[in-house]
Design a protein around this ligand. Structure first.
Ligand code: NAP
Ligand code: SF4
Length: 740
């Protein structure tokens, strides 16, 4: 086969000796919650079948425990018996039927488990678990090695192509390796050779039980990012030993879960960690996989082209778009629904003990619809799946792979009206809710007219994408722009649709996605010229002084604080002596800001962070007494709070606002009257729905559907907006429009 014209390395097969992977794309392990299904694993099978059909070279399941002590949570997924093995057959065969390959990840949670049975090399508690682990007796260590091997053998029997042994992120194996958590003095602790005995014995036992023609990936923590982690010399020595012990591939692990450094959030530059994989290149002969914040085929190709790795791992990007690989291969990369690394619907859900989904793709793990399609078969196939090129879910459904007994996270895909096109619908507002609804309706065969008062699509996302570290958000707008084109939505920008226009055009069904207006709190002096709304800043570029108070510490208040305190790029570049001049500037500054030691001269790869001075002094204020920012996402909120603290932002709760005047903002803080002598007060006090068209349209007998912020402004975020737009489109398709 000739090399792929755009991504020659990404689409080069990888020969593992006994088997060949079709390309260099690994869907990395990611827990979705589907692994815990108490019925069959049919939904997990459907989920992975879609990703196999989407062209990924190799898939890895979420973590499956080798025994009860290794559970992440009580009654978590484990593979220890023949009965459990039989449940997994459907997953392996579904992937095989699609021409794909899949490994089962064996993950022993160690001290990160949240149940009373947890064990670890030493009884060192992790802050994320309420339980102190039991110290493992030598007999239990031997039994656990056997359990890993038994799970691997069962995985092979179930039809998996291999296993990944989770040896990083601070789970059990990593706990044996690092002196931080291994305080033993017997043959399993102390000297390095003793600390790596457990992973090596696990590997040897797995290889012995599964034979030479079975993929065994070892996920090796190359950068622990915690104190008393491994040294670089230890990482290299372990990699060599891992190769000798029988691993087929080494995958990169970065950062323990308890590390206070964001490693996968939006603020982390793309490909920020491929340098660590590159550093290992040449020391072992087996293939190496690079990981973390690789979300486009371009970045993946670049990493391979620069020789940093032999394969790239992308987990969330394939959750966001199961057809990622196929679209890239077919020269349709601009149709990829790009993961924006927000964590809002995937990891945040998992931490809240909910199933993972995806902000940009609410169908990511949704069960298929229960009722079979009515109408013409051809129509059904054409319309059922939603957006063209993103219809993996519906295809899986057509193969009868769904579990109709499960309650759907989305309304069932609705029967169509029995004709191509369900009529004409106006969608007013091209924010995320309107975009999602319009493109979904058009994909369902409707003639959709999308009206937008502004000169560009995107609504609130046009502001969000300006926040430092949120540049990825523009990818979602690129995706919807492409889908507008593909589905034939008739977009009218710079058009403020009023009731007269909509009635004149004869729409009998209208979707109002007109969004929100900022709430202006009832404070004396709110009209003072120093008072700005976040729109003034982020949309209208109004100038802001050096001392700023922000009223309201929700998501927008935090965004504005980050925006106002972002150090000037030159100030960052000249602060401190950042290592790694060969790295891209964004990566270098990120390493510097978070204290990641590119020279790797200390255990764990940590060094002192260097913070460039913030250009402004900022106070972020809230009236309630709780922790400032406590409602931010679980997996990213702490990083935003830490960033602001490092920039000297004052996070004040329990404040009472009195007035704004020439002197500044007068307020009471914890009972004490104060004057904040600020140049500007920026209002980020939430929003109110904006829906002036509702009454006139309803009076005229038009059926009106309200979505997004126009329906409910409180707690509105992009996740709800996109999902609601999709739900309403599907609901409209289920009901014939009123006759004109
Ligand atoms: P929000 O989260 O509701 O926060 C509004 C803030 O304003 C609250 O801190 C509230 O706290 C304060 N407030 C409300 N009414 C007020 C009044 N009358 N006077 C003074 N203060 C008042 O709204 P938002 O910040 O606009 O965010 C909107 C949505 O977008 C949220 O769902 C948010 O999660 C989402 N978002 C998320 C992110 C993210 O990074 N994940 C970023 C941006 C937006 P007190 O009442 O305690 O003062
Ligand atoms: Fe990516 Fe956000 Fe979707 Fe998770 S929820 S896969 S981070 S876009």
């Amino acid at each position: 086969m000739p090399p792929h014209p755009q991504y020659p390395r990404l689409f080069t097969p990888l020969d593992l000796g006994f088997t060949t992977l079709a390309n260099r794309i690994l869907m990395g392990s990611m827990h979705t919650g589907l692994e815990e299904d108490k019925g069959s694993l049919q939904r997990l099978a459907t989920y992975f079948a879609a990703r196999a059909r989407g062209g990924a070279g190799l898939l890895v399941t979420g973590g499956i425990a080798p025994n009860r002590q290794g559970w992440l949570a009580p009654f978590g997924a484990k593979l220890t018996t023949a009965a459990e093995m039989r449940k997994h057959r459907v997953v392996a065969s579904a992937v095989r039927d699609e021409g794909g390959k899949i490994c089962l990840q064996i993950l022993h949670a160690g001290r990160y488990g949240v149940h009373p049975l947890i064990v670890a090399p030493s009884p060192v508690r992790a802050h994320m678990s309420p339980f102190r682990p039991w110290e493992m007796k030598p007999r239990l260590i031997r039994a656990t090695i056997y359990d890993f091997a038994r799970t691997a053998a069962l995985a092979r029997e179930a039809g998996y192509d291999g296993v990944e042994i989770m040896g990083s992120e601070g789970y059990l194996i990593n706990e044996f390796i690092a002196p931080r958590t291994n305080k033993r003095t017997d043959e399993w602790g102390g000297a390095f050779d003793n600390r790596i005995r457990f992973p090596l014995e696990v590997l040897r036992a797995v290889r012995e039980k599964t034979g030479p023609d079975f993929i065994v990936i070892f996920r090796l923590s190359m950068l622990d990012l915690v104190e008393d982690g491994s040294t670089w010399e230890e990482v290299v020595a372990l990699a060599k030993a891992v190769e000798l012990a029988g691993a087929t591939i080494i995958n990169t692990g970065v950062g323990w879960h308890e590390a206070r450094i964001p490693t996968i959030a939006t603020m982390v530059p793309r490909g920020a960690y491929s340098w660590i994989t590159e550093r290992l290149k040449g020391t072992v002969r087996i293939p190496l996989i690079a990981t973390n914040r690789i979300n486009t085929p371009e970045k993946a190709e670049e990493i391979l082209a620069e020789g940093h790795a032999d394969m790239v791992s992308m987990a969330r990007p394939l959750l966001a778009d199961p057809d990622f690989a196929r679209k890239a291969m077919e020269g349709r990369a601009d149709e990829i629904n790009t993961c924006i690394a927000c964590n809002q619907a995937c990891l945040d859900h998992i931490f809240e003990h909910k199933e993972a989904s995806c902000l940009v793709n609410p169908r990511a793990t949704a069960p298929p619809s229960a009722p079979p399609m009515r109408g013409e078969e051809g129509e059904a196939t054409r319309f059922r799946g939603g957006l063209p090129g993103n219809n993996a879910w519906s295809e899986a459904e057509e193969k009868g792979m769904g579990n109709p007994s499960r309650k759907s996270a989305l309304p069932p895909f609705s029967p169509l009206l029995g004709r191509p096109g369900g009529g004409s619908v106006a969608v007013v507002g091209a924010g995320l809710a309107g975009l999602s609804c319009a493109t979904e309706l058009a994909a369902l065969g409707y003639d959709v007219h999308l009206f937008e008062a502004a000169g560009a699509i995107g609504g609130q996302f046009n502001m969000a994408k300006r926040i430092p570290g949120k540049g990825e958000f523009s990818e979602t707008l690129r995706y919807f722009g492409k889908m507008i084109e593909k589905t034939g939505v008739q977009l009218q920008l710079n058009t403020r649709a009023d009731a007269k226009l909509l009635l004149e055009k004869g729409f009998r069904e209208v979707v109002l996605a007109t969004g929100v207006l900022p709430r202006m709190p009832d404070i004396d002096g709110i009209e003072h010229p120093s008072v700005l709304s976040y729109l003034d800043l982020l949309l209208h570029n109004k100038p802001v002084g050096k001392r700023v108070a922000i009223i309201g510490a929700g998501g927008v208040g935090f965004d504005v604080a980050l925006y106002l305190t972002e150090p000037d790029a030159r100030a960052q570049a000249t602060t401190g002596a950042a290592a790694g001049p060969e790295l891209p500037e964004t990566v270098r500054l990120y390493l510097q800001e978070w204290g990641i030691d590119y020279t790797y001269s200390h255990r764990g790869g940590l060094t002192n962070p260097i913070h460039a001075p913030a250009p402004r002094q900022v106070w972020l204020l809230q009236r309630s007494k709780g922790k400032v920012g406590e409602r931010l996402g679980k997996t990213t909120g702490w990083a935003h709070r830490l960033t602001l603290k490092n920039r000297g932002v004052h996070l004040w709760n329990a404040v009472e606002y009195h007035c704004v005047d020439d002197a500044g903002l007068h307020l009471t803080v914890k009972g004490q009257p104060q004057l904040l002598e600020v140049d500007n007060v920026v209002i980020c006090a939430g929003q109110e729905p904006y829906r002036p068209l509702l009454a006139p349209l309803e009076q005229a007998g038009v059926r009106v559907n309200i979505i997004g912020g126009a329906k409910l402004a409180a707690e509105l975020d992009a996740k709800r907006a996109i999902e609601e737009g999709m739900r309403v489109a599907l609901a409209i398709a289920g009901t014939p429009p009123t006759a004109a």
